[in-house]
Design a binder for this molecule. Structure first.
Ligand code: ADP
Ligand code: MG
Length: 730
């Protein structure tokens, strides 16, 4: 019997190997060859224009029109020399992907029929795409659909195929942010200012602090024929049904094992593309689940790192097609095996080359390190709900708090040594004046923090926000999410925290307390105030749930509840105090995320309803009919006596099938009713909540019966590729 499933498996088994077309030269020779790097700028720009771009990158200064024209012309020459015919502003609207609108370089020459390549300063600096097709959360009225994209000189332009891509921000006609990059850049600016002020307590030579980000991108790979034979994967990015495979990840034989051939050549191909675009991919390996893999780069300045991650997700998708594979970036494509995350490794770095979350050789350096460490903990403690909101997406809802890594409770892991150090500060520092002996003792303790804290035995893989030796690793970010969402919150919370710290310390210094002692006192205060967020135990354990509740930490499993933090008084204050997002912009973001949540579940629900009624039930009936035929035959052949014994198992199966079918039918009808009722609600949040509380649970209930049927129906009749095939056929 042939069907889409058997054809797909056949296709996979007959796939010819893929030969990667490696560049002939060394990686260093083609790395960033499609990027308008500082070197290319020097070759194509006047000294004056080059200087102006550098200043814009380093100091955020404005570029004037005349210079913009020069830069545009240099950028165009570079691109045209490399064969480009088009250019586009490349931006990150709030639908989570990247957007572009291509224009050709040429224009009609004056008084002639010829065309000339032209690209002027104003086209570089600003474009006016029709914004109406991007989510705006009510900010953009339809009669004023204009939006502006404006050049972000801190992320270099690059070439994809024959198109020059210029990273830009995207704002409405009235100036509100419609993208991720605008608030991200503002948050980086705020963090820079606040961190420099604090650094200057220790080192007057520090003039700039950048946030650094190294993301780890997880994804699944499956053959494209199998993918297309699963309408749920095609339409929703995840499997809405499928009984567990007898073997999946129990033997833990995939993680760090040898990379399967097809995945290996796919990875090599992705790397070549990524390197040409200056994305510093450094590691590739298998992940825990079968067919799950990871890429990780060398960390970079956060804005650039985020652009690179967005680009990499596009590259992964594009290259997969070439290999007849499909890359699944969804957070939870398969039930019962690990989902995919995007760990965000985050730190701060000074213009003098110091990693602020890395201990140093001297007590002074270590005190600076502790200041940044403890302020991070304090910021995360204060704004944990907002951090949780930043990663709340329909896909990630299947990971966070759903018996899987990491839990929905935000906590911070420090490791034994640092926990001890913090305890010592808490115990030894006091609010009265310290004696010289006490001061020496505490400084000695701090001096003992080793320069290298990286120790793999002291890793806690169940913590959503773990210190890993010289950075924090925010592990709860979803694999398909734009990292900017989490980074905006983290940078802003930290900027705000550092400002508060400076105020608190200065207030004590003003009372004639020495600087170091003032710093110690405030650190002690913060250690005590933020203690509840520190957790060194097993984040997946049952005990943690109760313990976290006792500590007053939130445990918000569903998206609509988590998103509320975006519009809390505390968040609105935080974002407006630091000039990152206005109340209106936050409300818009809140609404967009709710909309997106509702739509995702709506689509899943429709797809599952269709598959259940039009694929699964007919298949089950077909198989049931063969059983009925068989029973009838047995009766005819053997007569009543022997027949009874022989037919009993069949009769049981026939009944079971009927029961599952009628359950499915009823649950689908209910689900449709829940949807109708939800759609009638008036506010966005009520609709999203109804989808979360009523519609979403139906999906699991329907799935239960479908997965049972999968075990009963004859294998050859089942038309959808099974888990064992999706996870193991390569
Ligand atoms: P693991 O799987 O053990 O967490 P990986 O090597 O997969 O580690 O990823 C570690 C990531 O952390 C890399 O992207 C690396 O560049 C990044 N990283 C290292 N140091 C820093 C830092 N100071 N700031 C930001 N990211 C960093
Ligand atoms: Mg990793």
């Amino acid at each position: 019997m042939t069907n889409l499933r058997t054809q797909a498996i056949e296709a996979v088994l007959n796939r010819p190997g893929y030969k990667v077309d490696f560049p002939a030269n060394k990686t260093s020779e083609f790395f960033a060859k499609n990027v308008f790097t500082k070197e290319s700028m020097q070759a194509y720009l006047s000294g004056e224009a080059y200087k102006s771009v550098l200043e814009a990158i380093e100091k955020g200064s404005r570029i004037d029109r005349k210079i913009a024209n020069q830069i545009a012309s240099g950028m165009k020459s570079w691109a045209v020399d490399k064969g480009a015919s088009h250019y586009t502003h490349w931006f990150q609207p709030l639908n989570g992907s990247t957007a572009e609108k291509h224009d050709a370089f040429f224009e009609k020459a004056e008084n002639s029929d010829n065309v000339i390549e032209k690209f002027e300063g104003d086209m570089l600096i600003q474009q006016e795409p029709d914004a109406s097709s991007f989510p705006s959360g009510g900010i953009r009225n339809t009669f004023e659909a204009r939006g502006y994209t404006a050049w972000d000189p801190t992320s270099p332009a690059f070439l994809i195929d024959k198109t020059l891509c210029i990273p830009t921000i995207f704002v409405s006609y009235t100036g509100e942010a419609l993208d991720y990059k605008t608030p991200l850049l503002k948050s980086l600016y705020a963090l820079d200012k606040a961190a420099v002020d604090v650094c200057n307590y220790f080192d007057k030579n520090i003039n700039k602090v950048i946030a650094t980000l190294g993301w780890e991108q997880e994804y699944f790979l499956i053959d494209e024929a199998l993918f297309f034979a699963r309408p749920d994967l095609v339409l929703t990015g995840r499997t809405l049904m499928g009984h567990a495979s007898a073997k999946d990840q129990q033997l833990e034989d995939h993680y760090f094992g040898s990379i399967p051939d097809r995945a290996y050549s796919f990875m090599q191909d992705v790397e070549v593309e990524a390197w040409k675009l200056g994305i510093p991919i450094k590691t590739r390996h298998n992940e825990v689940a079968p067919n799950q893999f990871e890429f990780a780069p060398v960390f970079e300045e956060a804005n650039l790192a985020i652009d690179h991650n967005q680009l990499l997700m596009d590259i992964i998708d594009k290259i997969a097609k070439r290999h007849k594979l499909k890359a699944l970036l969804h957070e939870k494509p398969f039930k019962g095996v690990n989902g995919s995350g995007k760990h965000n490794n985050w730190s701060m770095m000074t213009d003098t080359g110091t990693n602020l979350l890395s201990p140093g050789k001297t007590p002074k350096k270590n005190l600076m390190f502790l200041v940044f460490l403890i302020n991070t903990i304090k910021a995360v403690h204060k704004h944990s709900d907002l951090l949780r909101a930043s990663i709340a997406t329909p896909g990630n809802e299947h990971r966070l708090g759903a018996n899987e890594a990491p839990p929905a409770i935000i906590s911070v892991f420090l490791g034994k040594l640092l926990s001890q150090t913090l305890d010592e500060i808490e115990n030894k520092v006091s609010t009265r004046k310290m004696t010289p002996d006490e001061k020496t003792e505490i400084k000695l303790d701090i001096g003992k923090i080793p320069e290298i804290l990286l120790d793999n035995t002291d890793r806690n893989r169940t913590s959503p926000f773990a210190f890993t030796g010289n950075r924090f690793e925010f592990r709860a970010v979803g694999s398909s999410t734009n990292s900017a969402s989490a980074m905006i919150v983290l940078n802003t919370a930290m900027a705000n925290q550092l400002k508060e710290f400076k105020n608190d310390v200065d207030a004590i210094i003003a009372k004639n307390v020495k600087k170091d002692e003032a710093i110690f006192r405030i650190l002690r205060k913060y250690i005590i105030e933020s203690k509840a967020i520190r957790f060194e135990g097993n984040g997946y354990g049952e005990e943690w749930l109760a313990e976290a509740e006792k500590r007053g930490l939130s445990n918000i499993a569903n998206v609509p509840d988590a998103l509320k933090a975006f519009i809390s008084k505390k968040s609105i204050q935080l974002f407006s105090d630091n000039n990152i997002l206005s109340k209106r912009e936050l409300e818009a973001r809140h609404e967009i995320r709710l909309e997106n949540y509702k739509k995702s579940i709506q689509i899943e629900s429709r797809v599952l309803g269709d598959l259940a009624v039009n694929h699964i039930i007919p298949t089950a009936i077909k198989y049931q009919n063969t059983l009925i035929e068989n029973v009838k035959g047995l009766k005819e052949l053997f007569g009543a006596e022997d027949y009874d014994e022989m037919a009993t198992p069949h009769l049981l199966s026939i009944k079971k099938i009927s029961r599952h079918i009628s359950n499915i039918r009823q649950l689908v009808v209910e689900m449709v009713d829940f949807r109708k009722a939800a759609n009638k609600k008036l506010s966005c949040s009520d609709i999203a909540e109804a989808y979360s509380k009523e519609v979403r649970p139906q999906l699991d209930k329907i799935r239960y019966h479908i997965d049972k049927l999968e075990l009963i129906v004859a294998d050859e009749m089942w038309t959808l590729p099974k888990y064992r095939e999706l996870l193991f056929t390569r």
